[in-house]
Design a protein. Structure first.
Length: 221
């Protein structure tokens, strides 16, 4: 009898192949999705960063899917509501999209390469209007992904410094990037809901249907 650990679409972990491992706590083998074996983690042919289960290629594939879902809701923002905000001092819809774009490029892409953050602003002075903001999102994402792909296993296992001055393992810092984006995507959904603007569905049923079609073993017993 196997236990199954589901991998959710926005779980923060890249999907990797399924395997069996013995769990000493419960005294039997369990089937784990998204967890490499001890040999894969530490053997001579390991694809994963030493001491982690992080694979850069799989992570970037996962992050591309996160961005696709973010962009899908960003295009729903009406042109006449792009700078609407629920209260003074809060993010506007345009601010949220620009913030996602510039944090990826000027914070994460810089700091993982051991350079200081270049994040300055997410205001309309850097991009104004729906088409221009979406073009900024796409351009900075393309630049960032090219920079992320240059990271070596040694660099990922090493340390970088956050904008607050905290030293953190590079792959762990990078893994927080989609979590940050998903948080702000949720805010875009909320603001559009307040404006009664239709948005793309993102239900658990939809996620599991997509996963089941791609990896039917996840939901099987």
């Amino acid at each position: 009898m196997f236990n199954y650990v589901p991998v959710f679409l926005d779980s923060g972990l890249p999907e990797v192949k399924q395997r069996l491992e013995r769990n000493p706590r419960i005294g039997r083998e369990i089937r784990i999705d998204g967890w490499p074996s001890t040999t894969e983690r530490s053997g001579p042919s390991a694809r994963y960063t030493p001491g982690s289960m992080f694979d850069l290629g799989e992570f970037l594939d996962y992050f591309e899917r996160v961005r696709e879902r973010t962009r899908r809701v960003a295009v729903c923002i009406p042109e006449d509501r792009i700078e609407w905000r629920p209260r003074p001092g809060a993010f506007s819809l345009g601010d949220l999209v620009r913030h996602i774009a510039v944090t990826e490029r000027y914070m994460w892409a810089e700091t993982v390469l051991n350079r200081p953050s270049r994040y300055v602003s997410h205001g309309p002075e850097i991009a104004s209007g729906s088409a221009v903001i979406l073009a900024l999102l796409d351009r900075l994402h393309h630049e960032s992904m090219a920079m992320f792909r240059t990271l070596t296993p040694e660099a990922l296992a090493g340390k970088c410094t956050t904008p607050e001055g905290t030293a953190i393992t590079t792959w762990k810092w990078l893994r927080l990037m989609p979590e940050h984006e998903i948080h702000h995507r949720g805010q875009i959904y909320l603001l559009l809901n307040l404006l009664e603007v239709a948005t793309p569905p993102l239900s658990l049923r939809w996620c599991l249907t997509r996963q089941s079609a791609a990896r039917p073993h996840v939901l099987s017993r």
